[in-house]
Design a protein around this ligand. Sequence first.
Ligand SMILES: Nc1ncnc2c1ncn2[C@@H]1O[C@H](COP(=O)(O)OP(=O)(O)OP(=O)(O)O)[C@@H](O)[C@H]1O
Ligand SMILES: O=P(O)(O)OC[C@H]1O[C@H](OP(=O)(O)OP(=O)(O)O)[C@H](O)[C@@H]1O
Length: 232
Amino acid sequence: MTIKLGVPSKGRLMEKTFDWFGARGVTLQRTGSEREYSGAVTGAEGVELVLLSAGEIPRELAAGRIHLGVTGTDLVQDKLPIWEQQVEPLAELGFGHADLIIAVPACWVDVTTLDDLDAAAAAFRARHGFRLRIATKYHRLVREFLREVGVADYQLVDSQGATEGTVKNLTAEAIADITSTGETLRANHLKILSDGLVLKSQATLFRARGAALDPGDRKALDGLRETLGLGG
Ligand SMILES: Nc1ncnc2c1ncn2[C@@H]1O[C@H](COP(=O)(O)OP(=O)(O)OP(=O)(O)O)[C@@H](O)[C@H]1O
Ligand SMILES: O=P(O)(O)OC[C@H]1O[C@H](OP(=O)(O)OP(=O)(O)O)[C@H](O)[C@@H]1O
């Protein structure tokens, strides 16, 4: 049998994941036409490459449909309610660094902290009759974070992409999203709250704790871990 390794199917995460494995003697390749999502592994026995959306890798790991998967810690922690019981981080890969942050319009001069946001949210509700809207795709992480820091008078609105644009488009007053260089925030006239860091994320190789392993699978998994220098 083979074990399944889930890797992001496109973009920067896919390329850097291929490089990371390649530097350790395991070649991951896309095969077929440019648009075909199939892949091959050389340098490790009994390992099958599965190309998937980065956002779906946590769910596939949790369901045990893949044995190993590379994705951001942000996506694992947001999508899996009891992630530590569902997956084991085997290695931080040293790329895909991004911070999940809360940001508000740069022109809100009186709002620089979460306390200020809390006050602004109460004032907003009194004035407009509905709760201040925070756009995000990280629903669980943002809800937990705001509950812990005591910000209550808000509503989350779902945004699966171009989240920084929601403020300009008047569908949200604030956002919670990933930032790396900060350019997208600046370009959209947003500023990070000084204590608004929710989570620091990077690309990580995870093992599915619940994936079934027959003796052949176990051998393949141990072999791959040894080749990658990750113990057993
Ligand atoms: N600008 C960035 N710099 C570094 N890492 C980033 C950046 N934006 C997102 N990431 C990280 O990349 C990972 C995948 O991000 P994202 O959810 O945007 O996936 P995607 O590329 O849109 O793929 P898909 O929609 O297929 O899931 C996440 O873990 C995220 O933290
Ligand atoms: O701080 P920066 O370097 O500007 O990067 C941050 C941007 O990168 C990601 O978006 P992505 O490019 O994945 O597009 P998306 O909006 O569709 O998620 C993220 O959602 C931010 O929008």
